[in-house]
Design a protein around this ligand. Structure first.
Ligand SMILES: [Zn+2]
Ligand SMILES: [Zn+2]
Length: 237
């Protein structure tokens, strides 16, 4: 089946994410915009995924639990998991690989963990936008240990992308997909970086504000509408 997706969205847990991006608001907005499957990918944490997945179940929208992990080289990667349990387990491990720097709310913004009805459950104390000590070479196999899948985010961006950090897309990287921003020219990037050949292109919004969420446009063909089916597809199974 053909499914409209957006697999890169930030909630109010990301310090740069708007406080109006509560799990409730963002999942309901995605439904209104015509999506069938979305992923919640806050910076280095999956702590809002449980609420988002529950809201998705209530309104009939598949929410894939995930995170946008920043590797030691400052490369952003979308990481997706089949269940909330696996995502949270991975998230708690990642927390042990983060520098112990506290968030300064007044500078970076709040990092809110919310329930399914916009109630605040707590705040993440460590600053989530810093780099983890996990390297880009280690990440794909690490994510697989948690039954997940990962791929480099927004490779056409001039910061926090695999190209900006390494100057190339290494063909030894164990991933089967890559992300471009919605308007980047696919042919241009594929021509420039031959290692992209045969890899799946994913285009997502990377919205941090409700008003930056887009009308559903990009689709994937899956056997069923589920996180498991999406992850299998992204692994190339
Ligand atoms: Zn990013
Ligand atoms: Zn992002």
């Amino acid at each position: 089946m053909k499914l409209y997706y957006d697999l890169h969205l930030h909630s109010c847990l990301s310090p740069c994410g708007d406080n109006d991006m509560s799990p409730y608001n963002l999942v309901n907005m995605a439904k209104l915009l015509g999506y069938d499957i979305i992923a919640l990918t806050d910076h280095n944490s999956a702590e809002n995924c449980e609420s988002a997945v529950k809201i998705g179940n209530d309104i009939g929208l598949t929410v894939v639990p995930g995170m946008e992990l920043c590797t030691s080289e400052e490369i952003h990667n979308v990481c997706l998991f089949p269940t909330v349990e696996k995502a949270v387990e991975f998230s708690r491990f990642i927390k042990t690989t983060m520098p112990p720097v506290k968030n300064k709310e007044e500078i970076f913004g709040e990092q809110l963990i919310m329930d399914t009805e916009d109630g605040i459950l707590g705040k993440e104390e460590i600053l989530l936008t810093l780099a983890s000590s996990v390297s880009i070479d280690e990440l794909p196999s690490l994510v697989r240990e948690y039954d997940g899948v990962c791929y480099p985010a927004h490779i056409d961006r001039e910061s926090y992308s695999i190209i900006s950090a390494l100057g190339d897309f290494p063909d030894t990287l164990g991933v089967n997909a890559f992300e471009l921003t919605p308007n980047a020219d696919e042919n241009e990037w594929r021509k420039k970086y031959p290692a992209l050949e045969g890899k799946l292109l994913i285009r997502s919004s990377d919205a941090h504000y409700l008003q930056n969420m887009r009308d559903a446009e990009f689709t994937v063909e899956l056997t069923e509408n589920s996180a498991q089916a999406l992850i299998g597809f992204l692994k190339g199974e």
